[in-house]
Design a protein around this ligand. Structure first.
Ligand code: PGA
Length: 255
């Protein structure tokens, strides 16, 4: 199975939660609760928590991620953080184009592409988020929309960089709502994304790229979702803030 070619990646998206001291405490709880992982474990934390979390994860299997990155190297962009700033702090992954950033902060397919390229140039792995709203699903345009989001996100990214990117399929209607896509629904769109990557690049890239599912993944539903052929991990919001629940997800991905 091609799934065996890919390493599962379980990434927590803490969103705007936890002060630095609370963040360090959650990492300690997670280190105590989590099994030895046979998957990549990442925590994408608020920027202000990065130093505390970088210190707390030392010597563990947990990798550090950020939730956003600016596309310029430096300059007059008040409030923004560059890829090289993140890299210097030990950040290895960065979420790009999360639906909350698209919805509340004016992120577009084009800026998602620029941010992904900036991340790659600094040696970071972008976790590129795509996904449809409920309205778009009901209109029957999920496939067109997700494939367009994927194509624009990868515009100008070379094959050798593309295969190391991570894509997160996150149906917007499933984020933070407790409404998970069924394993079949989630797999169907992940497969479509993989096919799109195959068209943009080739079979080798499509078979090698990791595609996560995100949207109300939790300790109860993770095993079924993670067992699907085209789902290579998860981007987890709410459940990543509870060490025991996140540990169950890590365990399910390690099987
Ligand atoms: P959720 O969030 O797991 O709380 O639905 C997922 C995400 O937004 O990445």
């Amino acid at each position: 199975m091609n799934k065996d070619l890919r390493r599962a990646i379980i990434a927590g998206n803490w969103k705007m939660n936890k002060t630095p001291s609370e963040a360090a405490k959650l990492i300690e709880e997670l280190k105590a609760a989590m099994p030895e992982p046979d998957c990549e474990v990442v925590v994408c934390v608020p920027a202000i928590d990065i130093p505390a979390v970088a210190e707390a994860i030392k010597g563990s299997d947990i990798r550090l991620g950020a939730q956003n990155v600016h596309f310029e190297a430096s300059g007059a962009f008040t409030g923004e953080i560059s890829a090289s700033m993140l890299a210097e702090m030990g950040v290895e992954y960065v979420i790009v184009g999360h639906s909350e950033r698209r919805q509340y902060f004016g992120e577009t397919n084009e800026t998602v592409n620029l941010r992904a390229k900036a991340a790659i140039n600094a040696g970071l792995t972008p976790i590129i988020c795509v996904g449809e709203t409920l309205e778009q699903r009901e209109q029957g345009i999920t496939d067109d929309l997700v494939s367009m989001q994927t194509k624009i996100a990868f515009n100008g990214i070379e094959k050798e960089d593309a295969i190391n990117c991570v894509i997160a399929y996150e149906p917007v209607w499933a984020i933070g709502t407790g409404k998970t896509a069924t394993a079949e629904q989630a797999n169907e769109v992940c497969q479509l994304i993989r096919d799109t990557i195959g068209v943009l690049y080739d079979d080798e890239t499509a078979d090698g790229i990791s595609i996560q599912y995100g949207g109300s993944m939790n300790a109860k539903n993770c095993a079924e979702l993670l067992a699907m052929e085209d789902i290579d991990g998860g981007l987890i919001g709410g459940a990543s803030l509870k060490a025991p629940d996140f540990s169950v997800i890590i365990e399910a991905a390690s099987k």
